[in-house]
Write a protein that binds this ligand. Sequence first.
Ligand code: FNR
Length: 183
Amino acid sequence: AQTKIAVVVGSLRKDSFNRKLAVALAKLAPSDVTFEQLRIDDLPLYNQDDDGKPAASVTRLKAEIQSAQGLLFVTPEYNRSIPGVLKNAIDHASRPYGKSAFPGKPAGVIGVSVGAIGTALAQQHLRNVLAYLDVPTLGQPEAFVQAKDGLFDADGSIGEASRAFLQGWLDKYLAWVRLHTAG
Ligand code: FNR
């Protein structure tokens, strides 16, 4: 059977390095795994008053999460945390109380930044949020990627220098998803 991974990119920027990383990671996966980037740019700002009448974009987001076997968060670091657009999406999908899309859905977190610590602090904040939402998140290996020349090659694949490392990360992530979806 096909394994579907719902990918949430924490940047809305057209030329986002994180979006490129998400696309390049998908190319490293075997053919029975599909990656679908979820839209988060059309979500309203979360407002608890709307819990009883969610926007169509919110209902869609939650359905996409629930129909996937795994979640992959590919996010930049904004001011040593996760971008507000990502937190907004997570807050939407976690509500109304008791109707969260997240419990038990296996996840991985990864990110690329121009800074030297490669989203480490954003990932740590995200892990805190995911732990609360009962999302089993791959602990090791960690992957902190710095945006440098050669990270991607001309066709948008992972460049030579990082390919083996990120292939190893992706293989462990997919094994983690399978572990949590077996049986
Ligand atoms: C950043 N950037 C950044 N980088 C980092 O390593 N740590 C940080 O705390 C921040 N903070 C930050 C805040 C805001 C508001 C912006 C816009 C940027 C830089 C960031 O790594 C860079 O802009 C990346 O290119 C963002 O990822 P995308 O959009 O390319 O995926």
